[in-house]
Design a protein around this ligand. Structure first.
Ligand SMILES: Nc1ncnc2c1ncn2[C@@H]1O[C@H](COP(=O)(O)OP(=O)(O)OP(=O)(O)O)[C@@H](O)[C@H]1O
Length: 342
């Protein structure tokens, strides 16, 4: 990783007046902050924001829409930017957001130019006030594409990459509602996957939360060990959101989706009980057209969620196993060119 960092780092003092340079991978390296201002028409349109960054509408090559992610200027967050940049420079997958260019002053300031995803993030799309209701076939397709993106980072790279923050606001959607995983700022690469467990502040006696509320793997909170299983836990919560249309954590009600779903999940894991159709329908997003739904597909999605969020780590499947199950058991996926119907 350190070698990789050194290879892509450039000496800004030498290149500050240079024109943007295109790297072999087609990623453009912008050499001055002026370039960044021009790309975003002086940061005129904010399209998103997160804990570490603001995302602005940008124009790439003068016309194509793009998204520019500017990290908050600080030495600590510069490391987050570098991590995300280094990972995105390596990754190429249809379901992972594409890096188009970047600016790096090698000290505090960094910006990533990303492909623009016009349908925003999955969390917004599932909200009850969203104008458009995501159809069932789109929901199962998003689940499959997301797990294929996770399989790619878990299995296709050495050292392995653990995303570390799988959640619906990190799942972006293109115009066809195809999924693109984004935000690699919390990723763990290879041996760096051992991180500090959450700490108890002596004054407040409150546990400092690590990760995003509603998505954090309790095993990770206890041990501080980030692993592929932690990504599968986040994936399981996203599947519950896709099925129920409910948010992973409701600040209003102080309620977590995994707790609401727990009785149903336990019944599913108890293989002696055949889960009743009524119970499944009660959990289902009421905005979905219930009559046209194949209830067995819903059961498959719920079974996948149940094993992914299981407290028994040995039960949690790999991303490849989940992708296989979805393709075999969900005929609605045939419109993607896969699934039983093809
Ligand atoms: N390429 C993009 N196209 C369209 N919208 C985007 C794009 N990238 C990010 N966004 C929007 O900005 C939001 C925040 O992006 P992102 O998660 O990358 O920021 P962050 O600072 O890393 O957030 P977090 O607090 O989760 O760490 C996304 O949820 C999405 O709504």
């Amino acid at each position: 990783m350190a070698c990789f960092l050194n290879c892509v780092r450039f000496d800004v003092s030498k290149t500050i007046t240079d024109k943007p340079t295109s790297q072999g991978s087609g990623v453009t390296c912008y050499n001055s902050w002026d370039d960044v201002e021009t790309l975003t028409s002086n940061f005129s349109r904010l399209i998103g924001s997160g804990g570490y960054s603001s995302i602005y509408m940008a124009r790439f090559s003068g016309s194509d829409k793009a998204a520019l992610k500017v990290h908050v200027s600080s030495h600590r967050l510069y490391q987050v930017f570098r991590l995300e940049l280094d990972i995105l420079l390596r990754l190429q997958h249809p379901n992972i957001v594409k890096l188009l260019g970047y600016f790096d002053d090698s000290e505090e300031n960094g910006a990533l130019l990303l492909e623009y995803l016009p349908q925003g993030n999955l969390q917004e799309k599932l909200q009850s006030n969203s104008k458009q209701v995501l159809q069932w076939r789109n929901r199962v397709a998003i689940a499959l594409q997301l797990v294929q993106a996770i399989e790619h980072i878990h299995e296709k790279y050495s050292p392995q990459i653990v995303h570390g923050d799988i959640k619906s606001s990190n799942v972006l959607l293109d115009k066809n509602f195809d999924c693109k995983l984004c935000d690699f700022g919390s990723a763990k690469v290879g041996f760096s996957s051992m991180v500090q467990p959450p700490t108890m502040s002596p004054r407040s006696r409150q546990v400092k939360m690590v990760g995003s509320p509603g998505y954090t793997d309790p095993h990770y909170l206890r041990t501080g060990i980030a692993s592929k299983k932690m990504d599968m836990y986040g994936f399981g919560v996203v599947v519950l959101e896709l099925v129920s249309g409910k948010e992973a954590f409701s600040a209003e009600r102080g309620e977590m989706l995994v707790h609401i779903a727990a009785p149903l999940m336990n019944e599913i894991l108890d293989s002696s009980v055949d889960i009743s159709e009524d119970k499944v329908r009660q959990f289902l997003d009421p905005r979905l057209l219930r009559d046209s739904l194949d209830i067995d597909e819903v059961k498959t999605m719920l079974s996948v969620a149940a094993v992914c969020i299981s407290s028994k780590l040995s039960l949690r499947p790999s991303a490849a196993q989940v992708a296989d199950t979805l393709i075999k058991e969900i005929p609605s996926l045939s419109f993607l060119g896969c699934g039983k119907g093809v």
